[in-house]
Design a protein around this ligand. Structure first.
Ligand SMILES: [Zn+2]
Length: 137
């Protein structure tokens, strides 16, 4: 008997297909704008969401992304840093102090720049799917 490993993902993909893939909300989320209208900012501080969109009134504070934004930020930054680090080390083999002076600042900058954008995209996907982050309660 053949086992479909991706069986648990199929309903999610069918649901996304039925709704249409949320390209535009994700793009607006990456720009840190409201996933519904793309007009008003979604944050009132670095990662603190506004209660509701200033343009269309969509409630945004109730969407809790929890750890998904840091997870994807680490994933993206890691995939940027690791090849660059390996390239530098394998081609130039600089002393350790060069690595210690370059990479922490580069990683911190990429992470701090990427985290609000990735969280905006996560908010957009959750808004599109009608999720609030409290589905298990
Ligand atoms: Zn809006």
């Amino acid at each position: 008997m053949r086992v479909n490993r991706f069986k648990s993902y199929i309903p999610v993909m069918e649901y996304i297909r039925g709704q249409g893939f949320p390209y535009r909300p994700i793009l607006w989320g990456l720009r840190q704008k409201c996933p519904c209208c793309g007009e008003a900012p979604i944050y009132r501080a670095y990662l603190k969401p506004v209660d509701a969109c200033g343009s269309c009134g969509t409630p945004l504070a109730e969407i809790r992304t929890d750890d998904i934004a840091p997870y994807f930020t680490i994933l993206i930054v890691g995939h940027i840093i690791a090849p660059l680090l390996l390239f530098l080390e394998s081609n130039y083999a600089p002393p350790v102090w060069v690595h210690l002076s370059i990479w922490p600042a580069f990683i911190l900058t990429l992470t701090l720049l990427g985290l609000p954008r990735v969280k905006g995209a996560a908010v957009a996907v959750m808004w599109h799917l009608g999720m609030k982050g409290n589905e298990t309660q």
